[in-house]
Design a protein around this ligand. Structure first.
Ligand code: GLA
Length: 427
């Protein structure tokens, strides 16, 4: 589908009804253990990094102390491998007693005492992906258990389930969560488990889930991040119109601050996750993260793009000369433009910004701010300005563009006159 047609679709298609639980009005921000800590359950050998209550308590402590909470990161999320291999005598899930001696409710209390929220993980099928007990046949019991524990988010995986029953399972869990009367954000993997067989029904998904994974798990590598971007761009006509306040496409965790991405690639992941209105769930070790990655993850200008109240997902608008241009419409007629240099050889390359489709809003004038790789106010520009952006190999140059309409110029004049008048009065 052409970019123009997609733009039209996004404009005219009223976003389908979102899950009506009042949550995820902006993309969720927080931390999730999977990519970095996976199913490390050997607390004897690796007490600092194993899946245990200690890990989440330490992460919550750091989130408060090191400015993460203040930057907007709110959810501390448990992924797979937390439960005991068996349910209790009443058929309820229970945390592994050795690794979670205090139990999940106590952990939730701890996380809440820090002003943060706790997420947990379960699976729509017979088992979780790592082989722990799944929720099939126990949706109401498990939803109630999570509510009793005061959990704030459920990531619901889709392993060990007949794919024809996946959709029904996700809807039933959504209903079960709703029935508890608690506010539990519902993170699904429904479309990921259907794409192999059929095109998922995004209207139904949006009605049941607060966000949904579409594609493969993120790894700590540039090839993984690239494959997620390519999948997203090549399915954007289907998935972008489904996103909006209350329900988001989830391209998986941010792996910034780990081992596999160069700094330029980390900037690309951060910029494009913001453009995609993606949940910002970091999977890294916040206890030991390099200052540059921390600064990038806490960059308030990028977070403002991610959390823009209009809640429109951006998409790829051009692909030219090994550059990709991604754009997101923001509130107040602003626009974010990300230019990604896909050439993985050589040094920074110049991209003539006039070529970006959204540059039209610079008629008659606009104000441009570069956010990545360095913050720079680039001043007032016009449709005819020839601005050359420098874009690092596998890096992204991120801009915000604010139109200056003749009306606003008029307003500015009024403001100026008013200020002058007030100055005179004071004198
Ligand atoms: C699946 C999910 C991952 C993670 C693992 C846990 O692969 O997509 O995000 O939750 O299961 O086993």
């Amino acid at each position: 589908m052409s970019v123009c047609l997609l733009a039209l679709l996004v404009l005219i298609s009223p976003t389908a009804d979102a899950l009506d639980n009042g949550l995820a009005l902006k993309p969720t921000m927080g931390w999730l253990h999977w990519e970095r800590f996976m199913c490390n359950i050997d607390c004897d050998k690796d007490p600092n990094n194993c899946i245990s209550e200690r890990l989440y308590m330490q992460m919550a402590d750091v989130m408060v102390k090191e400015g993460w909470k203040e930057a907007g990161y709110e959810y501390v999320c448990i992924d797979d491998c937390w439960p005991s291999r068996q349910r209790d005598a009443q058929g309820r899930l229970q945390a592994d007693p050795k690794r979670f001696p205090g139990g999940i409710k106590k952990l939730a209390n701890y996380v809440h005492s820090k002003g943060l929220k706790l997420g947990i993980y379960a699976d729509v099928g017979k088992n979780t992906c790592a082989g722990y007990p799944g929720s099939l046949g126990y949706y109401e019991t498990d939803a109630q258990t999570f509510a009793d524990w005061d959990v704030d988010l459920l990531k619901f995986d889709g392993c060990y389930m007949d794919w024809t029953l996946v959709g029904e399972g996700y809807v039933n869990m959504s209903k079960a969560l709703n029935k508890t009367g608690s506010s539990i954000l519902y993170s699904c993997e429904w479309p990921l488990y259907e794409w192999e067989f059929k095109q998922p029904n995004y209207t139904a998904i949006r009605e049941a889930c607060n966000h949904w994974r579409n594609f493969a798990d993120v790894y700590d590598s540039w090839s993984s991040v690239k494959s997620i971007l390519e999948w997203t761009a090549s399915h954007q006509d289907i998935i972008v119109p489904a996103a909006g306040p209350g329900g988001w496409n989830d391209p998986d965790m941010l792996v910034i601050g780990n081992f596999g991405l160069s700094h330029a690639q980390q900037e690309s992941q951060m910029a494009l996750w913001a453009i995609m209105a993606a949940p910002l769930l970091m999977s890294n070790d916040l206890r030991d993260i390099c200052p540059r990655s921390k600064e990038l993850l806490q960059n308030r200008h990028i977070i403002a793009i991610s959390q823009d109240p209009l809640g429109k997902q951006g998409y790829r608008t051009a692909k030219v000369d090994n550059f990709e241009v991604w754009e997101r419409t923001l509130s107040k007629n602003q626009r974010a433009i990300a230019v990604l240099n896909q050439q993985e050889i050589g040094g920074p390359r110049g991209f003539v910004i006039r070529a970006a489709p959204g540059w039209k809003i610079c008629d008659p004038q606009c104000e441009v701010t570069q956010i990545l790789p360095q913050y720079k106010e680039l001043g007032v520009q016009t449709l005819h300005t020839k601005m050359i952006l420098s874009v690092n190999p596998s890096g992204t140059t991120l801009l915000t563009v604010t139109p200056i309409s003749s009306n606003i110029t008029g307003l500015n004049k009024l403001y100026w006159r008013d200020t002058v008048k007030r100055k005179h009065t004071i004198l």
